[in-house]
Design a binder for this molecule. Sequence first.
Ligand code: PMV
Length: 350
Amino acid sequence: MSNIQTETQSVTYRCPSNIALVKYWGKKEGGVQLPANPSISWTLNDLFAETTVFASPKKEENQKVEFFLDGKPKPSFEPKIHTFLQRISSIVPVVSQWDLRIESKNTFPHGAGIASSAAGFGALALCMVDLEGDLQPGSTEFYQKVSICARLGSGSACRSMFEGAGIWGELDSIPGSSDEYAISFPFEIHSRLKNWKDAVLIVDDGEKKVSSTQGHDLLKSHAYAHARFEQASKNLTELSEVLQNGNVERFVELVESEALQLHAMMMSSIPYYLLIRPNTLAIIEKIWAKREEVHWEMAFTLDAGANVHLLYNSEQEDDIMNFIDAELLPYCKNQLYLCSAIGGGPLKLN
Ligand code: PMV
C-alpha cells in the first residue's frame, strides 16, 4: 500500500551511468521503449547522477514540477520529466498526486558529451519508487520496478541498476531476461574481465546533431535493421560466454565490432549522418597501433556520439594512463578525459 502523505517527503539517490558493450539501437513497434534487440552494459561506478526529490501533496489540479541541475533551474528539461511522469503513472500511480521539486547533479561536467540521461533517469526512477513506499529498497522487486520506470525515461537507463553488468532485452541464452526491465548479468564474470576500467576520451562536448530518439526512429525504415537486430542477439550470446570464459581477444573483437556497427547503422540510415569526428578515428587508430605493438588488454567502444570509451584491464593502468597522456590527449577537447571503475550500482544517500 502506498504512503498516504500529508507533508513533504524527500529522498536522495546516486545512480551510475553505463556503457553498452552490445548496443541497443532501435525500438520494437507497438510498445513504449521496448528494445528491438537485447543489449548489455558495464556500470560506470564513478560517473553518476545524484538526485533529490521533494514530494508534497499536490496543491492545485495541475501538478507542479520544478527541475534544478547543479543548483540552477532547468525549465528546458521539464517537458521530458512530464513525459516520464506520465509514462510511469500507471506503475507508480501516486506520482500524479504530488508536486515535485527535483534537484540533480552529475559527477561529470554537463555537456561533456557523456550520456547523462541513463544516470539521470535512473536516479529519478529510484527516488520515485522509494517515495511510493510499496517495496523494500534494495530488494529484487524494488530494482525490477525501478528498472521498468527508468526504461520509460531513457531505454539505456534501465541497465544502470546493477553492479558490474546489466542486460536488457529478452534472449533465450540469458535466463530471466526481459524487454520490460534489465537484470544483473546472471553468471560469474571471469577474473580476466572483472577488473576493467573505462577512460572516456572527450572528443566533442557539444549537443549531438541527431538525438538518440531520432536515431532509434530511423531504424524503422532501415534497410539493414533486421540483420543488425539478429547480429546483436548473436553477439550478446557470444559475449556472455566470453565474459564467463575470459577470452579477452574475442571480447575486444566483439566490443569494437559492436561500436562500429552502431555507427555504421547511422551512416546507412536515410537520412544518413555521422557522429564520429576525425579525432574519434585518430584515437581508434592509435589504440589499434598500440595494441599491435604491446598487446595490452584494451578495447574501444563508442556511444551515440564522438567520444571514445577506452576499456582496459586495470592491471595495466599505469601503462595505459601514460599512453593516454602521451598519445591520445592531443585529440581530446580541452585535453579532457574521465575515468571510471566498472561496478557499483545505485546508492541511497538519506
Ligand atoms: O537510452 P537511449 O535512448 O539514449 O539510447 C542509447 C543508445 C546507445 O547509447 C547508443 C546504446 C546503448 O545501448 O546504450
